[in-house]
Write a protein that binds this ligand. Structure first.
Ligand SMILES: [Zn+2]
Length: 208
C-alpha cells in the first residue's frame, strides 16, 4: 500500500481494505482512496489485487485467478480508475463525463466473448453468462461488465460521497438520512462538532 500523506481514517476491514458492503463497482472505486492528505491505492501491487478480490463482497462469482500478473493487476486498476473517475464526475455533478473512462470499460468488457445460456431447473428458469477466454480475460470482462451495468442502472443516481470532510468514499444512499460512508466517519464528525463547540464555549468563558 503506497501511503502518501497522513494515515487514512477508519473504516478498514478485511486485511485493512476499505470494504463497506456496497455494490462491487462502488467497492472497486473506493480502493482508490482520496482524502485530504493525498491518495492511497489499495490495489497498488499484484498481491494486493489478489487479496482484495478474496475479500470483496460480490467478487465470489467472478473468475478470479489465485495470482495476478503485473499486466493483469494493471488492467484491474484501469477498470477501477475508470469507475472511480465516472462516479466522481457523477457525484460532483461536473458536466463532462470522462469519455476515456467509458472507452476503457468498453475495451476491457470485450476482453472475453460472452453468451447467454438458459437453464431451467425445477425452481424456475435462470440465465447465466458464459464467457470464453483465459481466467484473467474473463475476470476483466466480468469486472468491466459489472461497472457498465452499474453505471447504466438505477443505483447510479443514489451514489453519494461521504459527508466527512476528510473522507471521499462513495456509497449508495438507500436511506435519505445516511450521509456518511460508515459509522466511524459519522462518529468522527460528531467528535469534531463537539470539539469545536467546546472550544468556542471555552473561548467565550475566557473572554469574560
Ligand atoms: Zn467516510
Amino acid at each position: 500500500v503506497t501511503r502518501d500523506g497522513t494515515d487514512p481514517p477508519e473504516p478498514m476491514s478485511g486485511d485493512s481494505f476499505p470494504i463497506l458492503g456496497e455494490p462491487l463497482t462502488v467497492e472497486l472505486a473506493n480502493t482508490r482512496y482520496t482524502h485530504s492528505g493525498g491518495v492511497i491505492d489499495f490495489l497498488a501491487s499484484d498481491d494486493l489485487v489478489a487479496s482484495w478480490f478474496a475479500h470483496a463482497p460480490g467478487a465470489a462469482g467472478l473468475s478470479v485467478p489465485t495470482r495476478f500478473s503485473t499486466r493483469d493487476a494493471e488492467a484491474v486498476r484501469q477498470v477501477r480508475d475508470a469507475a472511480h473517475g465516472l462516479l466522481d464526475s457523477v457525484v460532483s455533478e461536473r458536466g463532462a463525463i470522462d469519455t476515456r473512462g467509458v472507452a476503457v470499460l468498453n475495451r476491457h468488457a470485450a476482453a472475453a466473448p460472452c453468451r447467454s445460456r438458459l437453464e431451467w431447473p425445477p425452481t424456475g428458469p435462470i440465465a447465466t453468462a458464459v464467457y470464453a477466454g483465459s481466467q484473467s480475460e474473463v475476470l476483466l470482462a466480468q469486472l468491466a461488465t459489472d461497472v457498465i451495468t452499474f453505471m447504466s442502472g438505477p443505483e447510479l443516481a443514489r451514489v453519494r460521497r461521504c459527508a466527512h470532510p476528510d473522507c471521499q468514499m462513495f456509497f449508495v444512499q438507500h436511506h435519505h438520512k445516511r450521509r456518511f460512508c460508515h459509522e466511524s466517519c459519522a462518529h468522527r464528525a460528531r467528535q469534531a462538532r463537539y470539539y469545536l463547540a467546546t472550544r468556542s464555549t471555552e473561548r467565550e468563558d475566557a473572554g469574560r
